[in-house]
Structures are given as C-alpha cells and as structure tokens.
Ligand binder design. Structure first.
Ligand code: ADP
Ligand code: MG
Length: 242
C-alpha cells in the first residue's frame, strides 16, 4: 500500500528554487533514508510532507489525503505524521510525562489516564521510564531526543519523519537514539530519515535517496547506492562522507 506519493514537487523561496521537481512513492512500512549535501533541500522536502511549507507545484499525497487540496483538514493529516527534528524542542516548563501527554490530551481528546499510561509505556520503549517526572533540563541531549521520539509516537502516527535526529548529539549519545529508531523500523513504521549516519542507512534503510541540487539524483537499495553508485555526484558525495 502506498503511504506517500509525491509528484513533480516544486518549492521555491522567492527566486531560490530549492526543489525542482521531485517524484517519490513510499510504501507502508518502508524505511527511506535521505542523504545529500547541506543545502540540497532535504529539510525543505520533509517540511513539505506535512505542509509546514506551502508548495509551489506538483502534488503530495499522504495516506490518500492530497495536501494541495485546499479543503482538507491539514491538522488531521498532521496528527498522522510524527516529526523529529535535530533540536528536540521539548517544553522546558513541563515534565517529561507532561511533554508527551500534552498533544494526545489537547488534540486527540484522550483522557489524562489513558494518555499517561501510553506515555509511560512509550518511555519504557525508549529506555527512560525513570525520567517521567524529570524536567528536560536534567536530561542529556540523547535522552531528550528519545523523549522527542516518544512524544511524536504518542500521537500514534503512521508515518515518522526524522530530520537529522542525531546531528546535534555528542557522539556517545548517537547509538541509543539510532537504536530506538531501528526498533521502530523493525516494528513496521513507515519512516523517512534524513541523516548523515551512513552506517544506520546501510543497515536499516530499505531504500536510500541521494538528493542534490533540488533533484533526487539517485535512489536504490543501500547496496546499490553505497557500493555501486551510478551518478558522479553521488560518488563524489560518498567519497567525502564515507
Ligand atoms: P538541507 O536540509 O538539505 O541542508 P534545506 O532544505 O534546509 O537543505 O535548504 C535548502 C535551501 O533552501 C538552502 O539554500 C536554504 O538556505 C534555503 N532555505 C531553507 N529554508 C528557507 C527559508 N525558510 N527561507 C529562505 N530560504 C530557505
Ligand atoms: Mg536540513
């Protein structure tokens, strides 16, 4: 089943053309890692997937909702798309538990009890059950990022978008976060992960996409893209990062 379908997606900021016509189809349960140089439009692409950006051309269909259709309820669509950023943006004045239960209670009208129960179980999944009543400032970067993942999962999304979730972390924190993401992938979550963690992409991705200059330049299985890149730009990029 197709979860996400992008056709000829175009996005500009003023006269700067960032996405110049992207086509992509993602199946339910697929894990797609997106790599590419800084400024190639990876973050912009993700933001177009949940309508944080107005697109300038083409179509984006998520779960059968056409995001370019002005009559759809975009908040409804967004509830099904979890997003995790480089910077975790936890609410500093709320406990970890409150950070996770806020959206389910406010937006999904879940009862406090059921939201709390679910939050605790998610915290257990990410290995932080003992931090439920702590405040974000007492957590390490890696722990905060795992809370951010739990918070996104609390809305029961069926697609998760990750934008360089480990780029801001100290190296020793990266593994724990990647492990949580790998578990999620194994559970069948549909995921798009923008990352510089080539090891993760090789091991976890079903498909790797290389973006450059506003286009998807190359895509394939990790073996195809990493071990037998066809395009010169892919080769150049991989030589620098591997
Ligand atoms: P990546 O995530 O691959 O590093 P981005 O999607 O962040 O790339 O950015 C792609 C290009 O779009 C860059 O040239 C960046 O400066 C520009 N850009 C990103 N966001 C904005 C914005 N809100 N306004 C203007 N230009 C932007
Ligand atoms: Mg980016």
């Amino acid at each position: 089943m197709v979860k996400l379908k992008v056709e000829n997606l175009k996005k500009s900021y003023g006269s700067l053309e960032v996405l110049k016509g992207l086509d992509l189809e993602i199946q339910e349960g697929e894990v797609v890692c997106m790599i590419g140089p800084s400024g190639s439009g990876k973050s912009t692409f993700l933001r177009c997937m949940n309508h944080l950006e107005e697109i300038n051309g083409g179509t984006v269909i998520v779960d059968d909702y056409d995001l370019t259709d002005p009559t759809i309820d975009i908040n409804q669509v967004r509830q099904n798309i979890g997003m995790v950023f480089q910077h975790f943006n936890l609410f500093p004045h709320l406990t970890i538990l409150e950070n996770i239960t806020l959206a389910p209670i406010e937006l999904k009208k879940e009862t406090k009890d059921s939201a709390k129960k679910r939050a605790l179980s998610l915290l257990e999944t990410v290995g932080l059950k003992d931090k439920a009543n702590a405040y974000p400032k007492s957590l390490s970067g890696g722990q905060k990022q795992r809370v951010a993942i739990a918070r996104a999962l609390a809305m029961s999304p069926d697609i998760m978008l990750f934008d360089e979730p480990t780029s801001a972390l100290d190296p020793e924190m990266v593994g724990d976060v990647l492990e949580v993401m790998q578990t999620l992938a194994k559970q069948g979550m549909t995921m798009i992960v923008v990352t510089h963690e080539m090891g993760f992409a090789k091991e976890v991705a079903d498909r790797v996409i290389f973006m450059d200059g506003g286009y998807i330049v190359e895509e394939g299985t990790p073996t195809e893209v990493f071990d037998h890149p066809k395009n010169e730009r892919t080769k150049n990029f991989l030589e620098k990062v591997l």
